[in-house]
Design a protein around this ligand. Structure first.
Ligand code: SAM
Length: 274
């Protein structure tokens, strides 16, 4: 039997579709701004169950969604079938090794909080550039380390309760630092002048209270599930629950449900014509 891939196990744990359900409006709004036209060939890397892939297909693009988590690939294919979309397909794959995809085959590669979670960031940048056609674009959404808004704080609190990662582990949050992005794409042959950055916002909308949303993360979101498992072993689960409830409540903007904005770094890379 092959050894377990911890990156895959993390995202197959729980059920990310429960969290993705709170991200649909922002996913769709982001895709609307990408200038997608009919027949554009789009790769959505770390696509989950299709928060951005489905809206891209609805705009007429030919979409391939790749994700490491088998359950999310299945969920994406089911959502596409339910919507009657025939121009989109989800399949399993690893952003750090896209061997199954030919060079220069996509006009647009999207990865919204997806590829940032793959190990080997230099390989990820190389693969994204390799499969993009000359003149094509890569758009990444990356959470920003130490940002005061929701997701960065959630991941920071969660990691405070989780055992330290193995030696050599590169934090996904390093993708939220512009100099790292320039270095990684630079090593893949992209000059810095072809890379641009903007701060953008994703809003998590949930029809219950902020505390009920904490419960969703505790039950269904791999990184938070791991943090609770580790905290329980040390008798710290109540402290973690309290910290998260304070975070979710303090960042909530809705008077009668939950609506929490989170800042992220939007990266746009243009692959040179040559
Ligand atoms: C926070 S979720 C975001 C999903 C989706 N892009 C969205 O916005 O809803 C992170 C996704 O990245 C995927 N992922 C993590 N590591 C990956 C890897 N090495 N290759 C491909 N996908 C990966 C996870 O399975 C998960 O679906």
């Amino acid at each position: 039997m092959l050894p377990m891939n911890p990156n895959k196990a993390l995202w197959e744990k729980g059920d990310f579709t429960r969290i993705a359900a709170t991200m649909r409006e922002s996913g769709e709004a982001l895709v609307q701004r990408l200038g997608i036209t009919k027949g554009l060939k789009v790769l959505d890397l770390g696509c989950g169950d299709g928060t951005t892939a489905l809206p891209a297909a609805k705009l007429g693009a030919d979409v391939l969604g790749i994700d490491i988590a088998r359950n999310l690939v299945e969920a994406g294919n089911k959502r596409a079938a339910k919507e009657g979309l025939t121009n989109i397909k989800f399949q399993e794959g690893d952003a750090s090794n896209l061997d199954q995809l030919p060079d220069k085959s996509f006009d647009l590669v999207i990865s919204i909080f997806g590829a940032m979670f793959a190990p080997k960031p230099f390989e990820v940048a190389k693969e994204m550039v390799r499969v993009t056609r000359p003149g094509g674009r890569i758009v990444m959404g990356n959470w920003i380390p130490n940002d005061p808004t929701f997701v960065a704080q959630l991941l920071k609190i969660s990691s405070n309760y989780t055992p330290p990662p193995p030696e050599g582990f590169v934090s996904p949050m390093t993708w939220g630092v512009e100099s790292n992005v320039i270095e990684r794409f630079g090593a893949a042959g992209v000059p810095a002048k072809n890379i641009s950055f903007a701060r953008d916002t994703f809003t998590f909308n949930f029809p219950g209270t902020p505390s009920a949303l904490v419960d969703e993360f505790r039950k269904y979101y791999g990184p938070t599930m791991n943090a609770f498992e580790a905290a329980e072993k040390k008798g710290q689960a109540a402290a973690l629950q309290k910290e998260l409830e304070e975070l979710f409540n303090s960042q909530n903007k809705s008077p009668d449900a939950t609506s929490i904005p989170a800042t992220f770094l939007r990266v746009t890379v243009v692959r040179s014509q040559t």
